[in-house]
Design a binder for this molecule. Structure first.
Ligand SMILES: [Zn+2]
Length: 497
């Protein structure tokens, strides 16, 4: 089995090794040789060496001299792949994670290294290219496994047993930030040559990112590159230090449906010129508060399938909504959600149902359904003249009526002026309490229909209007309720007894 992906480098293995060994640790030499077998790095250093010797017995002498000849401090990983893969460091990570009191099912690890590490990786590849130009002609940085990847290969499963959790890209990310001050300063050499690329931005301490340094280095010839970097790289006198261990949990998405039983409650906090309008709370606050408090999320975002006006009640099966909880410290079990659902529903203003966690992918459903959904409304209307049951019954014959709605005057300040066709699928009307002028209209409409304007015509801006259909009467709307938002999401939950 071959370990070296660059076939042409094999005859030069000894020379490359000799060139690198006073700068790099055993693992970093192997990385720059392009060895990318995960199982290779999962071994102890002596096992890995044995495998290398068995594969390339002709190079026994030079390989087996390492790591005695290795530098005190590796110039490629600053000991991240040596000291910081030892058991005591993994114990330290596990203790730090536990001290942050974050609940999680799975975890992943990220490593933050000085940006100038890219410069060093390039410099070591230049050194390889000097010995073996054929294999390293294009400075194949993408074929050199990164320190981050190798660290994860070495430590991932060992950390699993320390944390007693499985490694996975989902859930908790443990970010290990390493700093190495000598290396940090190395990017500054590039600043002179690439003034355009590394312009100092106001308020931003670090104008170097891995991406822009990499792009800058890739944009110049090899000869030029050699003049831009310290060649060979300076020897380091300090190992890297862990500047922080940060735990961040993926967002949790909670979905459900809500009812709103108030004509003074807005869906989100309604603030005009710094002053709060309506009640001192809102649908989103009533729902979010207990969930944010329980999970101790850093922040949250509430979204829903449309919204009703402040003076419109949301009845029936409720309106679908979703809450994104950023970096929660506690997870939500279905029984906890049920308890929180009951707590929210104790409010006389809002009730929720079908509260459940959904996947990130599921949240797109809420957006996708936005344009398709139908809604059923109940509108209490009043006419300027008496209106008979017979006239009202005539509305029942109208199906799929297309309205042309010019942007209503009341929303002109936030919506572009346009004429929008909207469909009323069906309607029916019933007189209220034997009144000759008041009646209750039930209707099902396409998403985005302005129902109030359909009733009173908005000074002729909605055509046809209900007043027009009822023989040219002046109508007004006294109260509006949403009875149903026809979106089959989130799935309804069976009652837990
Ligand atoms: Zn190293």
């Amino acid at each position: 089995m071959s370990l070296l992906p660059f076939d042409k480098s094999l005859p030069f293995l000894e020379d490359i090794w000799k060139k690198l060994e006073s700068h790099l640790c055993f693992w970093c030499i192997c990385r720059h040789l392009g060895i990318d077998s995960i199982s290779f790095y999962k071994q102890t250093i002596s096992e890995a060496m044995e495998e290398l010797l068995a594969t390339y017995p002709q190079h026994k002498e030079i390989i087996s001299e390492s790591p005695a000849a290795s530098p005190t401090i590796c110039g490629g990983c600053y000991e991240v792949l040596t000291s910081f893969t030892e058991d005591r460091f993994l114990v330290q990570i596990a203790e730090e994670v536990k001290s942050q009191e974050t609940e999680f099912e799975h975890f992943s690890c990220s490593i933050g290294l000085p940006v100038a590490s890219v410069v060093r990786e390039f410099t070591f590849l230049l050194m390889c290219a000097d010995v073996c130009p054929d294999a390293y002609e294009f400075l194949p940085i993408e074929q050199v496994p990164s320190v981050k990847d190798v660290w994860k290969w070495m430590c991932g499963s060992r950390l699993e047993s320390k944390l007693n959790k499985r490694f996975s890209l989902e859930h908790l990310d443990i970010l290990l930030n390493f700093e190495q001050k000598e290396v940090d300063s190395e990017c500054c050499r590039l600043e002179e040559s690439f003034r355009d690329r590394f312009r100092k931005r106001k308020g931003k301490a670090d104008q170097f990112t891995r991406a822009n340094v990499l792009n800058a280095l890739l944009s110049v010839s090899r000869a030029k590159l050699r003049t831009l970097v310290a060649y060979p790289p300076d020897k380091l006198s300090h190992v890297s230090a862990v500047s922080s261990i940060l735990c961040t949990h993926n967002s949790i998405y909670v979905a459900g449906r809500y009812n709103k039983y108030s004509r003074q409650l807005s869906q989100s906090p309604w603030i005009i010129e710094g002053e709060r309008k309506g009640l001192e709370t809102s649908v989103s606050e009533i729902i979010s508060h207990p969930l944010v408090e329980y999970t101790r999320a850093d922040k949250h975002e509430f979204s829903s399938s449309g919204r009703e006006d402040i003076d419109v009640q949301m009845l029936g099966s409720g309106r679908p909504f979703m809450l994104q909880l950023h970096n929660p410290r506690k997870l939500l079990s279905q029984s906890t959600l049920l308890r929180i659902q009951e707590e929210i529903s104790q409010s006389s203003l809002v009730k929720v149902r079908d509260l459940q966690t959904v996947s990130r992918a599921d949240t797109d459903i809420l957006k996708d359904l936005e344009g398709e959904k139908r809604k059923t409304y109940s509108a209490l209307c009043i006419s300027d003249s008496d209106i008979s049951q017979q006239v009202l019954d005539g509305l029942g014959d109208i199906k799929d009526l297309v309205l042309e709605q010019k942007t209503p005057i009341r929303v002109l300040h936030r919506r572009a002026l346009a004429i929008r066709p909207r469909t009323v699928y069906w309607m029916k009307a019933q007189p209220v309490d034997g009144s000759d002028k008041k009646f209750n209209l039930t209707l099902e409409t396409q998403a985005g229909t302005y129902v109030k304007e359909f009733v009173h015509s908005d000074f002729g801006r909605t055509v046809p209007s209900l007043g027009g259909l009822l023989g040219g009467r002046q109508l007004d709307i006294l109260a509006l309720d949403v009875l149903s938002v026809h979106v089959d999401w989130p799935p309804s939950l069976k009652k837990v007894q």
